[in-house]
Design a protein around this ligand. Structure first.
Ligand SMILES: Nc1nc2c(ncn2[C@@H]2O[C@H](COP(=O)(O)OP(=O)(O)OP(=O)(O)O)[C@@H](O)[C@H]2O)c(=O)[nH]1
Ligand SMILES: [Mg+2]
Length: 785
């Protein structure tokens, strides 16, 4: 817990630090305060100095913003004062640090530190539950040292003590102090001072201030005697940011950059050797390696930082942390460029949902770094390590325990089959995989769908690890992830909540410095509309690789997002040397599907923010077609769309009997209406699917991808609009050409002489009847009637 951040901030973001001066009678408390303020020792000081407010000190050059007013509160009979300030749950003026004074010339005052003052401070700030431990020396151990304000012990009257015989046993003195520091871990420092000679007086109050500005608590757990978890996370993130080559180790150059960045001086080679020697001699904690291949591991780097802390250099780690945007409670401040990369773009959050090329490259570097066995898959342990640096729960953003935090208030939530299986269904339901044997797609015209690829596609989303549903949701259960799955998941969460996704990437160490030239893949967002029971979920199950019977669906009233990917043939520009050339090759397309149930389709956001609308209707159901037909009117004119009829298997028999009977039924009229509608709008004809008979998923996904990227006719009247645009362009050129000709002709006239011009002018004037009077007087043009 940070003390100063909890304090009331005054105007202009100003904070205040209160230092309480305690100690035995006559130890020199008031003299120290008086000398500190006046830079002069006075033999006669008041019993209690009035409160001293020090001039505002800037919050330091060490990256701490704001400025601070320091108040020093002197005491007499400090027991009562301490009890008063510490007992109130919300004190009006909380104490931030304590200066505890003893008299070096009176050893009894030193004994009183251990027997009275320090236990008193401990008691005043200790929680009610006090635990006895067998090892406790001199009284019960309290369970949490971190709540006690930092204490600076001032051994005063050094001038007298140096002259006295008691001083001879300085060694004993030191031993006693070390024992005291060991027992009372909230004591930050012991400093010998003399109010009379002004020796170390400034130091006492400076250290007290620093103890507040650079608090131990958030960085180092005094009770446990080690770095806090949050501090480890923060420095591990910083480690990753300096690990330029992303090999999970800091080499000499990378550590040198770190040192140079913060201390503005290079690290000497012998210093590096010294650190390596020290670390390699250090006993291993939990089999951690500190140095590997002559480079520093994360554990090694953290140990160096911890060593600074053990030597009481808390300003060093704080300076680094504050530079990287950590506040006093080690919460990471996320800068504006992450939250809203371009405020100029209207609705930037949604329109910038897709991950940038550099973000994809960052994700790739994470993947490569943490794929521990280099088998092209992230195991559950690898995933755990990646997310170990994000705040609790340190899990991927698509994990169900993070749904509330990540996606509350968003249009849709992620829907991952394997999570549903693991956490929601009984284990017995795990198993059957749909068969894709038959091509379940019929297209209602002979239009060529040559974009669809044969069946030799790479594997889609990998199979989940089968784990019983009783597993607690907090624990990370994750199927292994190939890189393509890993990036698809990221595109999915980014489509649902782009801001939080960018923040998550930032927390993982992404800093936008990567200079990716061109994204190797693209992502498209597709919304699936259809009336209730029209077969949306079943179709998606068949396409997105659900490991269950695709027809086994549940009704959902909330939009859900799923993802998959496909390699689709696509023409794109590639750089060949200095030239850009068109290349026809397979492009990885991440496909993010959001199923919009009928009940959730009324708002404007339902029909916005996607690259393709899949309009799904039940071939047997007129109302179902009417529904998508009406919904289509709400789509923006340029939104690509594709009509899909479902449950083809159920209509074929019925249509046959209709034909035999010669009757025109609703079924036929639905199909005909859909076909005519698409023809009228110059769209791809509707496709008919049957999940029951099986859908050739990859072929169909390719078809949808090509509709989304505009390689197929998915925008209404696209061809006509293109022709019109071409015609407009031609007309524009013609008119530009015409105007230019007229211009050239006019200039020509000028060049051919004033005489001719004048004669023309005259003829114009004559035309008006009164251009120039016969005696040569020019009539102003404005007066010409
Ligand atoms: N030689 C010497 N005398 C000091 C020093 N500091 C304080 N004194 C003297 O010690 C006596 C007590 O000092 P105070 O500052 O009044 O002590 P205090 O802790 O405020 O005492 P109370 O207010 O009564 O609790 C005074 O006579 C001071 O002049 C010092 O560093 N050296
Ligand atoms: Mg006094």
């Amino acid at each position: 817990m940070s003390r100063i951040s909890k304090r009331k901030k005054g105007d202009g973001g100003r904070g205040s630090i209160t230092i309480l001066v305690l100690g035995d009678e006559g130890a020199g408390k008031s003299s120290l305060v008086s000398t500190f303020v006046s830079r002069h020792f006075s033999e006669r000081v008041p019993g209690v100095m009035t409160r001293v407010r020090l001039p505002i000190t800037s919050g330091s050059s060490e990256g701490r913003g704001g400025s601070y007013v320091t108040t020093i509160v002197d005491t007499q009979n400090g027991d009562a004062t301490l009890a008063a300030v510490a007992s109130t749950a919300v004190p009006s003026e909380p104490v931030d640090a304590i200066v505890l004074v003893y008299d070096l010339d009176r050893p009894s005052t030193f004994q009183r530190l251990e027997s009275h003052w320090l236990p008193l401070i401990e008691r005043c700030y200790s929680p009610p539950a006090v635990t006895e431990t067998p090892n406790s020396i001199g009284g019960p151990e309290i369970s949490d040292y971190n709540k006690i304000p930092p204490v600076i012990i001032a051994g005063n009257k050094l001038d007298l003590s140096l002259a006295s015989p008691a001083h001879e046993d300085a060694r004993l003195d030191r031993q006693q102090i070390v024992a005291l520091l060991g027992r009372f871990k909230f004591v930050r420092q012991c400093i010998k001072t003399s109010a009379k000679t002004l020796l170390n007086v400034n130091d006492i109050f400076d250290k007290a201030q620093q103890a507040v500005l650079y608090p131990i608590g958030p960085l180092f757990d005094l009770t446990e005697g080690k770095m806090t978890d949050n501090c480890c996370k923060a420095f591990t993130r910083i480690f990753r940011m300096f690990d330029e080559d992303k090999d999970g180790l800091l080499n000499d150059l990378e550590l040198g950059t770190f040192q140079n960045y913060f201390f503005k001086k290079a690290i000497h080679a012998n210093k590096l050797t010294w650190w390596k020697k020290v670390l390699s001699k250090k006993p291993l904690d939990n089999d951690e390696v500190y140095i590997q291949d002559d480079k520093f591991t994360v554990a090694g780097f953290l140990t160096i930082i911890e060593m600074f802390m053990l030597k009481e250099f808390f300003d060093v780690p704080w300076r680094v942390l504050r530079h990287f945007g950590y506040d006093d409670d080690l919460n990471l401040y996320v800068p504006d460029w992450v939250v809203s990369p371009s405020s100029k773009i209207k609705g930037s959050d949604e329109s910038q949902w897709s991950l940038s090329a550099s973000a994809v490259e960052f994700l790739e570097s994470l993947f490569t770094q943490f794929d521990s066995n280099n088998d092209g898959e992230l195991t559950e342990d690898d995933i755990k390590r990646i997310f170990s640096i994000v705040p609790h729960p340190s899990l991927p953003p698509w994990h169900p325990t993070r749904t509330k935090d990540m996606f509350e208030g968003c249009f849709s939530v992620p829907c991952l089959d394997w999570y549903k299986k693991l956490f929601l269904s009984p284990p017995s339901s795990i198993g059957s995989v749909s068969s894709d044997e038959h091509a379940g797609v019929t297209i209602l015209s002979s239009h060529d769908t040559s974009g669809a690829r044969p069946d030799d596609m790479p594997d889609s989303v990998s199979s989940p690890t089968m784990t019983p549903a009783s597993t607690p949701p907090e624990s990370l259960i994750h199927p292994p992830l190939k890189f393509v799955d890993w990036s698809t998941y990221w595109f999915m969460v980014s489509s649902i909540n782009p801001v939080k996704t960018r923040m998550e990437l930032y927390r993982l160490g992404y800093d936008n410095k990567m200079n990716a030239k061109q994204s190797l893949s693209r992502a498209i967002r597709i919304k699936i509309f259809g009336s209730s029971q029209s077969g949306k979920t079943a179709l998606l199950n068949a396409l997105v690789g659900a490991n269950k019977d695709p027809l086994d669906t549940e009704e959902s009233g909330h939009p859900e997002t799923r993802c998959t990917h496909v390699y689709a043939p696509s023409a794109r520009l590639v750089n060949v040397g200095s030239k850009a050339e068109k290349n026809l090759g397979d492009e990885l397309i991440h496909m993010i599907f959001t199923e919009v149930p009928e009940v959730a389709s009324t708002g404007p956001e339902a029909v916005a923010n996607c690259e393709l609308a899949m309009l799904v209707f039940d071939c047997n159901d007129e109302r179902s077609y009417e529904y998508v037909h009406t919904l289509e009117e709400r789509l923006s004119e340029d939104m690509p769309r594709v009509f899909i009829g479902t449950k083809k298997d159920t209509i074929s028999a019925a249509l046959k009997s209709d034909e035999e009977e010669g009757s025109s039924t609703g079924r036929r009229s639905v199909l005909v209406a859909a076909q005519i509608h698409c023809e009228e709008l110059d769209l791809e004809p509707p496709t008919l699917t049957s999940v029951a008979s099986g859908v050739e998923a990859e072929k169909y996904l390719t078809y949808i991808a090509l509709c989304a990227v505009g390689d197929l006719r998915s925008k209404p009247y696209a061809a006509q609009k293109r022709k019109e645009a071409l015609w407009r362009r031609r007309m524009l050129w013609l008119s530009v050409g015409g105007i230019s000709l007229v211009g050239v002709a006019a200039v020509g006239y000028f060049w051919r002489g004033e005489k001719r011009f004048e004669s023309i002018l005259r003829s114009f004037k004559n035309l008006f009847g009164r251009g120039e009077s016969s005696d040569g007087v020019t009539i102003p043009v404005g007066r010409i009637p």
